[in-house]
Design a protein around this ligand. Structure first.
Ligand code: FAD
Length: 468
């Protein structure tokens, strides 16, 4: 759907052969049996043909790949988990730096820390940390990469209790645009550390993330409760009131959607619009029923599948609903509060949903997110109680433009100046990038970009353009 600015650049066969020979990982090129598989990403809307895909096995491979892209003047696409909605993790006529072979995870249970290589997904990380009853805020779909997720912010089921994924980052190893390998933390390169926590992939390739962990599970009271769409207004208003009284241990969201044909829903509702409330209670197990009760009695309950689930299992529960390969577009809007006007927009937009695959999510934030000072990280919009994520999907390209227009219309109706979230933005759009940061934060991001990537080698991202 979206287009990437590229110019066809030829790279010599000898250069490629020398590059491939020096790599511990592999190089995939047009004509190779696995080329079509390796060039594809989660979002089927982006069908691009890279010149080469470097499947890096370690830091040395990453440095070599960054050096090759810079010296050859080729567009460079950095791929962690490949879940970029705008398709930044693939590119026409350029180099894909693929980190998916780099999945090492080292948990230090005594210090409650984990070091994870940048090719990990949340499924990889949760499997290792949950072995020790530990976790850090991860994505709602377990195949999402830790890399893009964390550098953009990172909202998940533990966000109100433990903050964003990026709030739990204590250090990162980074390959910069000039091929240097440096560490970023509160003590080393603190300016870069600030930018990596919300500024996206603008400043370098993170090869390893170190996170603070927390005791979570092994089971958490979690699930979904489904209400009829006819009661959407009552449910949304009740949800807003329940959120105002929710403890930090409870993270919830609303999904205005279409009932999937799953066995836990009665057949009569399959394919009909419904409003679902999902949640995860990560506090004292004995207090969970009482803490979630107000969210589970907002209307006529069609099905309530809240139960004590293994945390890692709950992290994977929604995976089948977001399959790889269909056409996707996301559009987001932070809401300082879910006022009556915003609730009306969500209700009217839901009623006008163009197909059964489109959804509107309303995530409750606050809690630990709001307690971090706005200037502490590049993710600075911490006084917003909710974030709306509009999900527009079609099975193929047919009708995709229409659902994209619908999604854009939803956030425009929420206001001309609504702030966006870089990780839920489905297109490369400089206006939306600016709308993702307060003015002071954006200025600081530009300074950082000028320092670390003045030639904008890392431009396939929600781009902070350098000014030097
Ligand atoms: P990739 O496509 O691999 O990378 C996306 C971008 O991140 C790259 O273009 C690059 O700019 C940057 N990047 C990737 N790797 C690195 C690296 N090693 N170093 C520096 N920069 C890098 N977001 C949430 O906050 N909460 C959710 O619950 C959530 N759920 C999602 C569910 C689905 C099905 C999808 C598709 C997305 C979801 N997202 C969510 C959005 C997600 O956070 C972003 O799409 C994120 O960019 C995905 O990271 P990735 O590594 O998988 O993506």
């Amino acid at each position: 759907m979206t287009t990437t600015q590229t110019r066809p650049t030829r790279i010599g066969e000898a250069t490629i052969a020398e590059f491939a020979a020096g790599l511990r990982g592999t190089v995939v090129r047009p004509g190779d049996a696995d080329y079509d598989h390796e060039r594809s990403i989660w979002n089927g809307a982006h069908d691009r043909r890279p010149t080469l895909i470097a499947r890096c096995a370690g830091v040395a491979d990453v440095i070599r790949t960054v050096d090759l892209a810079r010296s050859e003047g080729l567009p460079l696409s950095v791929r962690g988990g490949g879940h970029s909605i705008p398709g930044f993790s693939t590119v026409d006529d350029g180099i894909v730096l693929d980190l998916s072979l780099m999945k090492g995870v080292q948990v230090d249970p005594a210090r409650r820390r984990v070091a994870a290589q940048a090719g990990c997904t949340w499924k990889d990380l949760d499997a290792e940390t949950q072995q020790f009853g530990l976790a850090v805020t991860g994505g709602l779909v377990s195949s999402t990469g830790i890399a893009g997720f964390t550098t953009g912010g990172g909202i998940g089921w533990l966000v109100r209790k433990h903050g964003l994924a990026s709030d739990n980052l204590v250090g990162a190893d980074v390959v910069t645009a000039d091929g240097q390998f440096i560490h970023a933390s509160a003590d080393e390169n603190p300016d870069l550390f600030w930018g990596l926590r919300g500024g996206g992939g603008n400043f370098g390739v993170v090869t390893s993330f170190e996170y603070q962990l927390h005791e979570v599970g092994p089971t958490v009271l979690s699930g979904l409760v489904f209400y009829p769409a006819e009661e959407a207004e009552q449910v949304l208003r009740g949800y807003r009131a329940a959120c105002a009284a929710a403890p930090d241990e409870l993270t919830t969201l609303v999904n205005m959607t279409t009932a999937p044909p799953v066995p836990f829903l009665p057949e009569w509702v399959h394919g009909k619009p419904v409003i679902a409330v999902g949640g995860c209670w990560s506090g004292d197990p004995d207090a969970g029923e009482a803490a979630t009760a107000s969210f589970r009695s907002l209307g006529t309950v069609i099905a309530d599948v809240f139960a004590a689930h293994p945390y890692a299992g709950w992290q994977q529960a929604l995976d089948p609903l977001y399959p790889r390969g269909v056409h996707n577009y996301f559009r987001s809007a932070f809401l300082r509060a879910a006022d009556d006007a915003s609730v009306r927009v969500l209700l009217d937009s839901f009623a006008a949903s163009p197909n059964a695959m489109t959804e509107i999510h309303l995530h409750h934030l606050g809690g630990a997110v709001g307690r971090v000072p706005a200037e502490a990280t590049a993710f600075a919009l911490r006084d917003q109680e909710f974030i709306v994520n509009v999900i527009a999907r079609t099975p193929t390209a047919e009708g995709f433009t229409d659902v994209v227009e619908w999604a854009r219309g939803v956030t425009s109706a929420l206001g001309p100046d609504v702030a966006a979230y870089v990780n839920f933005t489905g297109e490369a759009n400089t206006t939306l990038v600016r709308a993702s940061y307060p003015a002071d934060t954006y200025r600081r991001l530009v300074q950082l970009k000028n320092e670390y990537d003045p030639t904008n080698l890392f431009r396939l991202n929600q781009n902070i353009a350098p000014t030097v």
